[in-house]
Design a protein around this ligand. Structure first.
Ligand code: AMP
Length: 491
């Protein structure tokens, strides 16, 4: 998952891009980049957090009224700064791009671009491939007269050639700004207008909260398989280019997105409340004797509050999070992760001593987080520890951009809830039923027939995920892990 932002304004854009990226920081903490345009492209990228990369000196040269921003969460490559986005090229036009997603046929397309067009893809970043394919297609479709129609034809070619999930924002120098979302609409992408300016400004972002905080209104989703192009005269052109079943990623609502965002007309906070409400029924049926409900901060708080309310139980914030430590999952390697979990969460003994505790989390992936938490809570004096996940068991790797690692690492793979309980040291583990999970998230927008929930079911909506592809990504992830160990990134 990454955060992407594009702003087409009539005012200097750097302030908005910087503030906007801060609202997308949770979508990737590995690296960030900002590109602006004032007749030239100006670019600054770096590894780390937005606030550590950009300062008043390096942003002073990011001039222009148009720009792109990106926060990266790596799924391909080794996480070097060369792979950070945005990217730009100068032929056949000045074109810059940033995206959120994962291109499954990245290596194949990289090879094809070299063999057929002598194009070198220098990075391990898949947007470089999208950018080159789009540019090549635009050259053919426009014959040096770039029009909205020629742009849409080029996007159609991207849809045909690029497999996977991708929400892309592109700037075409002297022509305008374009955004498109893959035909299945797996990744979110929203569009907004700033009417406070004499000439309206426009923006695209991965989450509605970004547009909202930057003062954009009329916020709506870019429809799946569609492109929106804003030309130099600020005219908006929009076209549906390819139809496919709409399959937005359900994990956005479970864990990834900010609770104050609306994605595909579903508020993330309310989705988590509804997930809690469904899970409360299962907990009630289980007959567990519970003294206190405790959330694992932050994502599970809305669900835990709802569970406590519905079951008329005490709710306590018994785990205190050190907010200055990043998301542990995003750090490379398990040992590092386990250590940082202990530094990140601290139990309040008063809440746990002598109690039967229900701990609520959004998900269990490898089980490292839950194991550490249960250990901490027991040390703090808990009598019985019940661990519940408001999502269903995660069992399959995500090929669309969420770092879920290899199959073997999923604790729920080929294991029952009782086996998982004994492996993480809980007295009982309960999961949300898959159907309840889907129903809870769908509640606010019944027009969505189904979600991409491949990480729970192994059914990949793009339909082209072969066994050998899964083996290949597993191998790459294993190799990356070993490289990180060599680099001393694990301790
Ligand atoms: P673990 O079971 O130790 O692998 O980690 C599970 C925790 O990591 C959950 O409590 C989530 O809050 C968080 N998490 C789950 N999936 C992801 C992901 N793809 N990226 C980052 N964090 C995640």
């Amino acid at each position: 998952m990454c955060g992407v932002l594009g702003i087409f304004s009539t005012e200097p854009v750097i302030g908005k891009l910087y503030t906007g990226l801060l609202t997308l920081q949770h979508r990737g903490q590995d690296s960030a980049g900002i590109l602006t345009y004032d007749g030239h492209y100006h670019l600054k990228k770096g590894n780390g957090l937005v606030r550590d990369i950009f300062d008043e000196h390096n942003t002073a040269r990011l001039r222009g009224q148009v720009g792109l921003g990106h926060t990266r969460y790596p799924t391909v490559g080794e996480g070097s700064v060369e792979d950070a986005q945005p990217f730009w090229i100068n032929y056949p036009y000045g074109i810059a791009a940033a995206h959120n997603g994962n291109v499954m046929n990245f290596l194949e397309l990289k090879k094809e671009l070299f063999e057929k067009s002598h194009k070198i893809i220098n990075s391990n970043c898949d947007v470089e491939v999208i950018l080159n394919i789009f540019a090549e297609a635009l050259e053919k479709s426009s014959r040096h007269d770039v029009s909205p129609e020629s742009i849409f034809r080029a996007v159609r070619t991207v849809f045909k050639r690029v497999k996977g999930a991708y929400s892309v924002v592109i700037h075409i120098a002297g022509k305008g700004m374009l955004a498109f979302r893959d035909p299945f609409g797996i990744k979110p992408l929203l569009f907004g207008v700033d009417r406070r300016l004499i000439v309206p400004g426009y923006a695209f972002a991965s989450e509605s909260v970004t547009l909202d905080l930057l003062g954009f209104s009329e916020i709506r989703d870019v429809p799946p398989g569609s492109a929106i192009f804003i030309d130099q005269n600020r005219e908006v052109h929009e076209k549906k280019l390819q139809a496919a079943p709409f399959k937005p990623c359900i994990f956005e609502y479970i864990y990834f997105a900010r609770p104050d965002s609306y994605l595909n007309k579903i508020n993330v906070y309310q989705a988590r409340v509804d997930l809690g409400s469904k899970l409360a029924r299962a907990i009630k049926k289980s007959g567990l004797q519970i003294d206190v409900v405790v959330p694992v901060p932050d994502s599970s708080r809305p669900a835990a509050i709802e569970i406590a309310r519905l079951l008329k139980l005490k709710y306590r914030e018994g785990l205190v999070k050190n907010r200055y430590i990043g998301r542990t999952f995003i750090m490379p390697g398990d040992q590092m992760r386990e250590k940082s979990i202990r530094h990140k969460l601290n139990p309040i003994a008063e809440v746990f001593a002598g109690k039967n505790v229900l701990i609520v989390d959004d998900s269990i992936v490898r089980g490292n987080t839950s194991r550490s938490i249960i250990q901490m809570v027991r040390q703090a004096g808990a009598r019985n520890v019940y661990f519940v996940s408001y999502s269903a068991p995660l069992t399959n790797p995500c090929v669309y951009g969420i770092d879920m690692q290899t199959k073997a690492e999923f604790i729920a793979r080929n294991a029952s809830a009782d086996e998982i309980a004994s492996r993480i040291g809980a007295d009982r583990v309960l999961y949300q039923e898959l159907r309840d999970m889907e129903r809870a998230v769908k509640k606010q927008n019944p027009a969505i027939r189904s979600f991409c929930q491949a990480c729970f079911t192994g059914e990949y909506p793009t339909g082209d995920v072969s066994k050998s592809y899964l083996e290949q990504i597993e191998k790459e992830r294993e190799e990356n892990k070993l490289k990180q160990m060599d680099l001393g990134l694990q301790y």
